[in-house]
Design a binder for this molecule. Structure first.
Ligand SMILES: NC(=O)c1ccc[n+]([C@@H]2O[C@H](COP(=O)([O-])OP(=O)(O)OC[C@H]3O[C@@H](n4cnc5c(N)ncnc54)[C@H](O)[C@@H]3O)[C@@H](O)[C@H]2O)c1
Length: 255
């Protein structure tokens, strides 16, 4: 097992990439603390893992709320006495909107979940990882940071912030033996995709999906497991020399 006895906190674990990654990391021996703003969905994630013989506890957490995050950290330390991996994965999408029509509320909500949420998660675990002199922080950015699509400028900008945050924090924490990396998924077949699929000028979902598929050289959308395997690698000792990387899992879309 590639993550035997490791303790991993995963945000946005109630659905999509977070759920698939929770299941995979648990299969590889990790004790998973699965958190999400959607409590019933993240409870389902935990139940699936427990039924498969893995270790998982679920909790409510709004990543934009520092108190919620602290509660998750406290719960994890009480139960497992350490934090090996933090996967900041929760995110908020948007539909196609010309920038001049974007409300301040939408802009602030996207930045709060996609950027502030990651900052708060990192801020809470860094002192623990520094005292351990080990740890892995992983963030879900996006190909939107590398090759943005039009009409999604606030989302694209938020993911750009995630990549610079990742690279900067990797330098800051390297002396403490803490690695910081990100994954850049291309369009992934999750509930979130429905918002992006509507994110073309016509608003036709079937056409939107086809446009996304055609824009990916490998000819298909990513699956949640495609991303989960990249996260598993980055979380494992196999990536011991890898830090500050924002790994495109993109089927060639960013070339
Ligand atoms: N699906 C895609 O095409 C795609 C592409 C690139 C990047 N991403 C990124 O991948 C990540 C996961 O998205 P997904 O595709 O699995 O979507 P998803 O909708 O399946 O899952 C997102 C999860 O995040 C949770 N969440 C939302 N706001 C939260 C908050 N404030 N606090 C805690 N949890 C919250 C949701 O409840 C949901 O369970 C996001 O960061 C997203 O931006 C997705």
């Amino acid at each position: 097992m590639r993550l035997a006895d490791k303790v991993a906190i995963i945000t946005g674990a109630g659905s999509g990439i977070g759920r698939a990654t929770s299941a995979l990391l648990a299969r590889e021996g990790a004790m998973v603390v699965a958190v999400d703003i959607n409590k019933s969905q993240v409870d389902d994630t935990a139940q699936e893992i427990l039924s498969a013989g893995g270790a998982c506890v679920s909790a409510y957490c709004d990543v934009t709320n520092a108190d919620d995050i602290q509660r998750v950290v406290d719960l994890t330390l009480k139960r497992y006495q350490k934090i090996d991996v933090l996967f900041n994965n929760a995110g908020m999408p948007m539909s196609f909107t010309p920038t001049e029509e974007v409300s301040l509320e939408l802009w602030q909500a996207i930045m709060a979940v996609n950027v502030t949420g990651i900052f708060l998660g990192c801020r809470a675990v860094i002192p623990i990882m520094k005292s351990q002199r080990s740890g892995v922080i992983l963030n879900t950015a996006s190909t939107a940071a590398v090759r943005p699509r039009p009409g999604l400028t606030p989302y694209n900008a938020s993911k750009g912030a995630v990549t610079v945050f990742t690279r900067s924090l990797a330098l800051e924490l390297a002396p403490y033996g803490i690695r910081v990396n990100a994954v850049n998924p291309v369009a992934v077949d999750t509930p979130m995709l429905n918002q992006f699929i509507g994110a073309n000028r016509t608003g036709d979902p079937a056409q939107g999906r086809q446009q996304f598929e055609q824009s990916i050289p490998l000819g298909r959308l990513a699956t949640p497991m495609d991303i989960a395997f990249a996260v598993l690698y980055l979380a494992s000792e196999e990536a011991a020399m890898v830090t500050g990387v924002c790994l495109d899992v993109a089927g060639g879309r960013t070339i």
